[in-house]
Design a protein around this ligand. Structure first.
Ligand SMILES: NC(=O)c1ccc[n+]([C@@H]2O[C@H](COP(=O)([O-])OP(=O)(O)OC[C@H]3O[C@@H](n4cnc5c(N)ncnc54)[C@H](O)[C@@H]3O)[C@@H](O)[C@H]2O)c1
Ligand SMILES: [Zn+2]
Length: 374
């Protein structure tokens, strides 16, 4: 029986992957520090598969990580501090966990006898910065990151990406794996470094590495009490507590939401197909949706009469648009997202009914304000 290690396997995506791998006959170990921001009670979540072997440990602890890692055939490296805004003021924590944690993984693989046959790294769409855009007149371009100091503008033109040559409003287009990266937060930089370091060491020593750039993953088990990440989870915890979701800018910024079950399918495909080795794949739905629409849909589906609050404020580090071009993973591995946004949100809301959600949004917003990030 092949043995798989999932770092960060007690979290949202890792725990679903754990279930799917066990279902497929793999033996799974979870290595997770049970970070209090994600797991406020500091205990193993009830949803963790009873057949999984759970080891509480931190990827920053080289010796402990090594003792567990070397007995596995494959590793999914998902352990990370996750939060764009928060990474801008908890810089050491993000660099330590994400970059140094990955450095430990690679250092162990290079310097210790092991039997790891493939490393799969959770990278992120955030490393692209702004998604690609097209000006009707001047053609395709990679937008500069916006640096907006003024706020309060209701005019959509104010917020949109403009062509650097003619200043006309440009249209967002799908972002491919070849698009230049321009990370706009410490989190995004750390995810980019994780990917680059892993591919470099993998290629140098002949250890197959695959990097999956996840877009906005949504689904059950995303912490409803962590106000720093996961816009659907943050909105649901607001709505459950009868508070309106708060939307930055004018609400027409777009993201690419992908159902967690579809993300798991992509992970299994790259694990089981050799042609994925040393490649980078976008894992998204390929469909942009506005943040305001997500807020309205969730309110309506939850049967509440709330109205989203649109702040017309810029949150530093946010991009206007980014959605995936998923042709590469479709063509090379036969990946196809199957769950629509509406179906996924329905399943997510059903799950959220039996789940506690403490709304920490105001606290997180206060922190961002104190740090002058909004
Ligand atoms: N959720 C998304 O939309 C998304 C998008 C792009 C990339 N990703 C990446 O996917 C991976 C999984 O994300 P998620 O949404 O499941 O996050 P999550 O916060 O639910 O899970 C992360 C897990 O890592 C654990 N962890 C944190 N620091 C650790 C450490 N030092 N040592 C060991 N474990 C530690 C946490 O306790 C948690 O269980 C992350 O690497 C994240 O950057 C997620
Ligand atoms: Zn132009």
């Amino acid at each position: 029986m092949k043995k798989v290690l999932i770092t960060g396997g007690a979290g949202f995506i890792g725990s679903h992957l754990c279930d799917a791998l066990i279902e497929k006959g793999y033996k799974v170990t979870i290595f997770d520090s049970l970070d209090r921001q994600v797991h406020p009670e500091g205990k193993i979540p009830d949803y963790i598969n009873k057949k999984a072997n759970f080891v509480k440990g931190d990827v920053r602890n080289y010796e402990k990580f090594k003792d567990v890692l070397i007995f596995h055939d494959y590793v999914f490296h998902f352990a990370a501090a996750v939060g764009v805004g928060q990474s801008q003021y908890k810089i050491s924590k993000y660099v330590d966990t994400n970059i140094c944690g990955t450095a430990n993984l690679l250092d162990i693989l290079v310097n210790t006898k092991h039997r790891i046959k493939k490393v799969i790294v959770a990278a992120s769409m955030s490393s692209y910065g702004e998604g690609m855009a097209r000006c009707e007149k001047c053609g395709i371009f990679k937008p500069e990151l916006r640096n907006i100091s003024k706020s309060g503008k209701r005019d959509r033109k104010f917020w949109e990406i403009k062509c650097p040559k003619c200043r006309k409003i440009a249209r967002p287009i799908p972002t491919t794996e070849q698009s230049p990266l321009s990370a706009n937060s410490i989190y995004a930089i750390s995810k980019k470094e994780q990917e680059e370091m892993s591919l470099l060491i993998g290629k140098t020593y002949g250890i197959p590495v695959v990097s999956l750039r996840f877009f906005n993953v949504f689904g059950p088990r995303q912490s409803l009490s962590n106000p720093y990440t996961g816009v659907t989870a943050i909105f649901i915890s607001r709505i459950k507590n009868n508070n309106p979701p708060v939307v930055f800018e004018d609400g027409f910024q777009t993201r690419d939401f992908i159902w967690v079950g579809d993300v798991i399918k992509a992970n299994i495909l790259v694990l089981e197909q050799d042609r994925a080795n040393y490649e980078i794949f976008n894992v998204g739905s390929g469909k942009p949706v506005t943040i305001l629409e997500i807020a309205r849909l969730l309110i309506r589906m939850a049967g509440k009469s709330l109205q989203p609050i649109v702040t017309y404020n810029f949150r530093k580090g946010d991009v206007r648009h980014c959605f995936a071009d998923i042709k590469k993973i479709k063509r090379m591995l036969g990946f196809k997202p199957e769950v629509s946004l509406k179906k996924g949100l329905t399943m997510l809301l059903d799950w959220s009914k039996q789940t506690d959600a403490s709304d920490g949004f105001e606290r997180a917003l206060k922190e961002l304000k104190e740090k002058k990030l909004v």
